[in-house]
Design a binder for this molecule. Structure first.
Ligand code: 1HN
Length: 351
């Protein structure tokens, strides 16, 4: 600002005088309020499973699932420590349940997704229906549904929890309640929701039991993998994404959850993807195989070597590129449905 000394002093006097009245001059902050492009405080980060797993297992020695309510290590964005956030809008954590344990029933307005990372045979129950967890399954806990989890006889089970916690906090719209019983009464046979809604069919007089959220609790990995395999062999591979599909709510064709989009993709062997950027920051979970993600924020670059069960966050408007020598499978989630609802979603595919 090129103003003479006297008028600068007059301005400072004015600001000081108005401050006790909770007033701030817009012209001092305008440029930061409407940046020319997203200026996220978030940074890319990589959690190697080989480094995280020992801490998870040690957690299993020092606290029970019941005591902890949820025994989870939060994946915190290094630039947002203390905020329980992996991006400004999303939460990510890795949850451990051991044989014989119960994570007690409760419900909250925050929506949750589970992506099974290690182990089999634990269950999660949603509004009276249980689903058995297997690696690579994508499981939904809709907003305000009762849910509890139970351990597997076969050993530890670990899954990625993705929640819209920072989004709900932003809107000051969070409610929660504990159930009186530790675990829910089973009211429907396992597989009922998948039989009703998971076979490209729907009940004739169907309702949407969870409103804007998919009526399918679990999208089994075997089905997702089969689709990706077929497409890799028999259809063109996308130069940016490899073979990538989005999960859908079968009643609407839209996203399975109102606040979070979920995807699974296969990078074929020898894939060297082109770079892209998008406004929705995303969290990746490596399902199988090895690969690499290179991220470019102009002044800074990152390159992460991906191994099975690793997790990565790519913040908003960071340019990213995926590649794999021997092939790999990635699950990811982002807040894209919110961007689209607000008509602010942007994506650029670069060359
Ligand atoms: C929650 O209810 C679960 O149900 C996991 O497994 C993580 C993080 C914050 C708040 C509630 C669960 C959570 C959570």
């Amino acid at each position: 600002m090129n103003a003479p000394e006297a008028s600068l002093r007059a301005r400072q006097d004015l600001y000081a005088a108005m401050a006790p009245h909770h007033l701030t001059p817009l012209w001092e902050v305008l440029h930061a309020l409407v940046p020319p492009r997203p200026a996220t405080p978030c940074v890319p980060a990589h959690w190697r499973y080989g480094e995280v797993r020992p801490f998870l297992m040690r957690s299993g020695e020092v606290i029970t699932a019941e005591e902890a309510v949820r025994r989870v290590l939060i994946l915190e964005n290094p630039a947002l420590r203390g905020q329980s956030a992996v991006t400004q809008s999303l939460y990510a954590g890795l949850q451990l349940i051991l044989p014989g344990e119960v994570a007690p029933a409760h419900r909250h307005t925050q929506s949750a997704l589970r992506f099974i990372v290690e182990g089999s045979g634990a269950y999660t129950a949603v509004d009276g229906e249980r689903t058995t967890m297997r690696p690579g399954d994508f499981i939904i806990t809709p907003s305000w549904t009762w849910h509890d989890h139970g351990g597997s006889d076969d050993g530890p089970v670990v899954w990625l929890d993705g929640l819209d916690i920072p989004t709900i906090r932003f809107f000051d719209a969070g409610f929660a309640e504990n159930a009186t019983a530790r675990s829910q009464q089973v009211e429907r046979a396992e597989g009922t929701s998948f039989a009703r809604y998971g076979h490209n069919m729907a009940p004739v007089r169907h309702d949407a039991p969870f409103g804007a959220t998919s009526p399918i609790f679990s999208y089994p990995y075997a089905r997702s993998r089969e689709a990706l395999d077929h497409l890799e062999r028999h259809a063109p591979v996308d130069p940016w994404d490899g073979v990538k599909l989005r999960y859908v709510n079968p009643l609407t064709g839209g996203w399975p959850m109102p606040t979070m989009a979920t995807f699974m993709q296969r990078l074929p062997a020898g894939f060297a993807g082109k770079p892209w950027r998008q406004t929705d920051g995303a969290v990746y979970s490596v399902v199988e195989g090895h690969g690499r993600i290179a991220i470019d924020a102009g002044e800074r670059q990152w390159s992460f070597e991906l191994a099975p069960r690793d997790h990565v966050v790519v913040p908003s408007w960071h340019t990213a590129r995926l590649s794999s020598d021997a092939g790999c499978v990635l699950f990811s989630y982002s807040d894209r449905p919110v961007h689209q609802a607000l008509a602010i979603h942007r994506e650029e595919r670069l060359s």
